[in-house]
Design a protein around this ligand. Sequence first.
Ligand code: MTE
Length: 315
Amino acid sequence: MLIRIRRSSDLRESDVTPEAVYQDRRRFLQTSVLAAAGAALGPTALAAPAGMLGPLRKSPFSTDEEPNDFADITGYNNFYEFGYDKADPARHAPKLLRTEPWTVAIGGECARPGKLAVEDLTRGIALEERIYRLRCVEGWSMVIPWVGVPLAAVLQRYQPTSRAKFVEFVTLHDPEQMPYQRRGGLPWPYREGLRIDEAMHPLTMLAVGLYGKPLPAQNGAPLRLVVPWKYGFKSIKSIVAINFVEQQPRTTWSLAAPREYGFYANVNPEVDHPRWSQKRERRIGHLFKQDTLMFNGYGEQVAQLYAGMDLRKYF
Ligand code: MTE
């Protein structure tokens, strides 16, 4: 697979926080600001300076692996609504995607369906920073410091019924803002889905930011899914609808190429993509490939969700 080298011209200067700056800021926040904020924030919260999200709780689910730098995370993207090249989303999405106002509709098999502003969806739920590995089905990976909330905390508010066996997510459909939706290629709008127990799993989150800041457009502003033990294509961006459903929802990549992309899409080095091996991956910014881990290294937390399932059949 071809890894494209990012050009610095793809990013505006204001978008780029060098990692060293972030690490310094983080260290600073953890000590002086937190001390000043006092006990009200609790020992695991980070206060937020202007333009930053917060206060942020630190999560026990975070990896201590080195995060990729902001420039890579926001400059090397898949967001096919804005183009097929890895640099296209950063080049086009910030100019084209209007994220304010943004409404999310929650419906289907639940007692309290509703339509609400994205700020209200997460209001009252403590924001967390979670540093997760992301493994793309194409064979590259990153480590990303997300900011968000557990998806379960949001979903429970709408009181899913016993018929809610799956959750479906849908991206905005607006070819004016997302020009590649005019082109076919994929069945638009982008759709994804999880089994209800996967959606309610404590590792599954709705992200509203990264590196302490609101999500850049190219990363799926203002709201995206993050499911760290599944291939990155499950982490649907710029969500406008969440539906509780009884039947397994149809998802974009499994509609487009059913033999190549399944509904489950758990990271699995033992099940190759029909056209390439999944045994190893290239961490962006690293020279050498590394082994891919079962469930992307989150097996201890999630393997029991698939007990007894043939993961070659349910790939
Ligand atoms: N969501 C939408 N709406 N459109 C997309 O093209 N690409 C997916 C996923 N979510 C995609 C999407 C794929 S293939 C990956 S690997 C991740 O987003 C990439 O997320 P990132 O660009 O923030 O790293």
